[in-house]
Structures are given as C-alpha cells and as structure tokens.
Ligand binder design. Structure first.
Ligand code: EPU
Length: 304
C-alpha cells in the first residue's frame, strides 16, 4: 500500500504525505501507534482527488480532526489517516451566518462570532475541537448545548468524490451522535445560524465557561475530554466519583482526581492501559448503580 501511495498518489497531492507517522503528536491523549500513511490535504479540491484515488484503489481511510476525542490503539493504523487541521479552515461571517471549514478550530470560530456580535457559540469557546470533528460528534457542553443547535447546513464529500449540501434534518443529529459517524461522508464545511447579541456579553460568557473548565477539568495533563456520555438526566462524572472511581489507575492511566469522567495519561500510558481502565470504570458504575455507561471518545483501530 505504501508503494502504491508513493508511486501513484504522491504525485497528485498538493498537501502533505507522511509515512509511519506517530499519532501520539496528533492526538491530545498522546498514546497509540503510528499511521502507515498520514495525509494533510491542501484544500477541498486536493481532498477530492485523494478520496477519488483511494476509493478507486479500494484503500481504506479514516478522517480525523484535532484528535482531542480519540484513542489510537497501540498497534497503530495500517491504512490511511487524513487529518483535517490547519487546512480547509476558512471562517466567513455573513450577517447572522458563519460558514466554517471542517479544519477550523472551534475556539477561533467562537472568537470571530463574538467579535461580530453573534451569539450561540459561547459553549464552544473552550472546546479544543475542529468544526468537522465537533459536527461528526455533535460535540457539546452538558446535555443542553451542542453543535446541532446552531448548524443549518453541512457540505460533505462522498466516497465517490461528489460534493453535497445536507440540510440540518438530513444530518440525523442526536446526543453526541450524527449520521457522519456511520456513513462514508467527509464534512467539508458547515453553515452556522447564530443570533445577534452584544459582543461584550458574548465574550464575558465565553470567558466564564473557559474559567469553569479550567477549574473543574484536568486540562494540563494529556486527556481526551469526557470518556463517557452522560446518561439521561445524570452526569457520568458524578456517578463515577460517587462510586469511588477517582484515582483508579492501570499502568500510566488514571481516573482524574479533578473530574471523574476524565482519564489522564499521567505516566506514558499505553492505549491498552486506558481501554482496561475504561472497562474497569464501567464495571464499577454498573455494579454500584446498575447504569451502563456508554463511551463518548472514539477508539481508532483497524476494524471498520
Ligand atoms: N461531578 C462530580 N464529580 C466529578 C465530576 C462532576 O460530582 O468528578 C458533578 C459536578 O459537581 C456537577 C455534575 O457532576 O454537579 C456535572 O458536572 P460538570 O458540570 O463537570 O458537567 P459534566 O456533565 O460532567 C459536561 C460535558 C463536558 C463539559 C462540561 C462543562 C458531557 C459528557 N460532558 O460535563 O464535556 O466540558 O459539561 O460544564 O457532556 C466532553 O464532552 O469531552 C466534555 C468534557
């Protein structure tokens, strides 16, 4: 496969292609093995060429954003990983709407919205995600605010290299879920529909939420955000905490003492340490409360 990429795709691509690239530096957990091939497309046209080529050659690929909600397995990824950060990252404000590229970082989009006096993205100011990743995951804060509330349209690329515009209803958004998690569609850009507001108030709200996160979450140690989804009308963090899960440790992975729904990579954890710890926390909460916690973070492996 590496040879096919070197002899075929490399000549056509204007973006970057890296071989046997460690994914530890491309994910916030900083664990896991390398990607056989990592591609960072130059622009939408480049990505289209790449996808057409890979589909024709029947070479599987995985798309990632900022890698902040991901756990890469220790053996790494034997196929292609396409990274959408620092590329396709335009942010265009037009009245109450913002078109943002999949590779744009959400805090940058939130800042632009605040400057333009547009309200609705306050919750996203501190989320270290790309627009694409946050759309696929329907990222949000708590059970109330999420991307689906501000997304109007999504432009996607199909595996046949076709660009389509989907309405909100066609995205099948639900709590931390969308159709993009189960279908071969790459998010290219989204149209956000926001409301006019006072820039100072919007910025103050953003600051307040960022401060709250710093106080409650272990942001200075490698992590991947909340590990589990919140069960309906409850908080996974509270359940794990009350079940006595804080401080539980396997190898270099530890349930954070600051927020129990975070696992921190404290001492060069392996992905397996983290997966084992996730299973142990799930057992703990099931035994104590009969609640089955559902994983929120995405595990990147060679199964699909
Ligand atoms: N709590 C505990 N112990 C803990 C953690 C939380 O008792 O270890 C309690 C808190 O005191 C609070 C309640 O649980 O009464 C809820 O906690 P928090 O406000 O931290 O909210 P959360 O439901 O745990 C959600 C999101 C976070 C987001 C925060 C912002 C999910 C799964 N989690 O956490 O998102 O940053 O709200 O307040 O939706 C993420 O998605 O990666 C993520 C971190």
């Amino acid at each position: 496969m590496e040879e096919v990429i070197k002899s075929g795709l490399q000549k056509k691509v204007r973006g970057e292609i890296k071989f046997n690239e460690s994914l530890q530096k491309h994910t916030s957990f900083q664990v896991g093995g390398p990607a056989k091939v990592l591609i960072i497309p130059y622009d939408i046209q480049d990505l289209k060429e790449i996808i057409l080529y890979l589909s024709q050659q029947k070479i599987p690929y995985i798309v990632i954003g900022n890698g902040t909600n991901l756990l890469v397995v220790d053996e790494g990824i034997s196929g292609i990983v396409i990274k959408m950060v620092g590329t396709i990252n335009h942010i265009d404000v037009d009245n109450n709407q913002i078109w943002a590229g999949a590779g744009a970082l959400l805090p940058r989009v939130a800042k632009k919205a605040a400057e333009a006096g547009l309200s609705g993205l306050e919750f996203a100011a501190g989320l270290p995600a790309t627009v694409g990743g946050a759309t696929v995951m329907n990222a949000g804060v708590g059970n109330l605010n999420d991307m689906s509330q501000i997304i109007n349209k999504v432009r996607v690329l199909t595996s046949e290299g076709e660009i389509k515009k989907l309405s909100w209803a066609q995205c099948n958004f639900a709590y931390r879920s969308s159709r993009f998690q189960s279908e071969d569609l790459i998010v290219l850009e989204v149209e956000l529909e926001l409301e006019a507001g006072d820039p100072n108030q919007i910025e103050a709200k953003m600051e307040e939420l960022i401060t709250k996160r710093k106080e409650n979450q272990p942001l200075s140690i490698p992590n991947a955000g909340c590990i589990f989804k919140n069960p309906a009308d409850d908080s996974a963090g509270r359940l794990i905490d009350e079940a006595g899960g804080k401080g539980m440790q396997i190898g270099g992975a530890k349930v954070s003492e600051k927020h129990a729904n975070f696992i921190v990579n404290e001492q060069e954890a392996t992905a397996q340490d983290i997966l084992d710890l996730i299973a142990r926390v799930r057992d703990l909460v099931r035994d104590k409360y009969g609640v089955e916690l559902e994983r929120e973070i995405r595990v990147l492996d060679n199964r699909r």
